[in-house]
Design a protein around this ligand. Structure first.
Ligand SMILES: *[C@@H]1O[C@H](CO)[C@@H](O)[C@H](O)[C@H]1NC(C)=O
Length: 247
């Protein structure tokens, strides 16, 4: 085995100049809160719930970035703590401060992604927090809007189902409930949407009209997309391109 491995490594070195390697991978994040930012975006390994696992690991990689989007992937394996979220590795837009939801006309975003092994218990989801205090910590808010593009295994959003709704031209099951004092709204796709493009303002408009969401007094804190693993064997979420803007 060893001579073969050495041969493999030397052929890679010979074939790939350093610039090509740099372009292929901009950051490797294996620390619990390993963080990268660039081009108006940020990526966080965010293993916030790892202590509820009996074993496992996760690293997140920034593959390429520009002002029009980020390519990244995250590899994980988690055991134990069956119904506890282990992490939210994500890429987020660095959102402008001091913008209420009603002052924003456009939250256009697109994402294309794939999971290498879907025999897992995890979601792929957008996560947006808002709060009446524009300087609220960005780890929570008064309100949380989640858009679940996929749900693998028997995992569920917080609260209870309100039935199906049509928002941004697509069908979703809406769930709502509380995480502590934070009101959580989760729009769940009935089957995986590997390629998604929408103006997320449509979701806030829906909540304002139908759920009493106070858009004029809530400031946008984060605009992220990533994955929440509960449990599963080695797997990789690859995001080919995530883009978002606030206008
Ligand atoms: C990523 O998506 C944005 C928005 O659709 C697009 O402008 C950009 O060209 C895409 N980047 C790549 C590398 O495909």
């Amino acid at each position: 085995m060893q001579p073969f491995l050495l041969l493999f490594l030397s052929s890679v070195t010979a074939a790939s100049p350093l610039t090509a390697l740099d372009k292929r991978q901009q950051a490797t994040l294996c620390e619990q809160y390993g963080y990268w930012s660039g081009n108006g975006y940020e990526v966080n390994n965010n293993n916030w719930g790892k202590d509820s696992a009996s074993g496992g690991h996760q690293c997140t990689y920034v593959d390429s970035s520009s002002s029009s989007g980020v390519a990244w992937h995250t590899t994980w394996q988690w055991e134990g703590g069956q119904n506890q979220v282990k992490s939210f590795a994500n890429c987020g837009l660095q959102v402008p401060k001091g913008r209420t939801i009603s002052s924003i006309s456009n939250l256009q975003t697109s994402i294309s992604w794939s999971y290498s092994n879907t025999n897992i218990r995890a979601n792929v989801a957008y996560d947006l927090f808002t709060a009446a205090d524009p300087n609220h910590a960005t780890s929570s808010g008064d309100y949380e809007l989640m858009i679940w593009l996929a749900r693998f295994g028997d995992v569920y959003p917080i609260g209870s189902s309100q039935g199906h709704v049509n928002v941004a031209g697509q069908d979703w099951e809406l769930w709502t409930g509380f995480n502590g004092n934070m009101r959580v709204y989760s729009f769940v796709a009935p089957s995986p949407r590997n390629s998604f493009s929408a103006n997320v303002k449509d979701f806030f408009n829906y909540l304002q009209s139908n759920q009493g969401f106070p858009a004029s007094s809530q400031y946008l804190l984060i605009f992220q997309a990533g994955t929440e693993p509960f449990t599963g064997g080695e797997t990789t979420l690859t995001v080919n391109n995530y883009s978002a803007r606030v206008a």
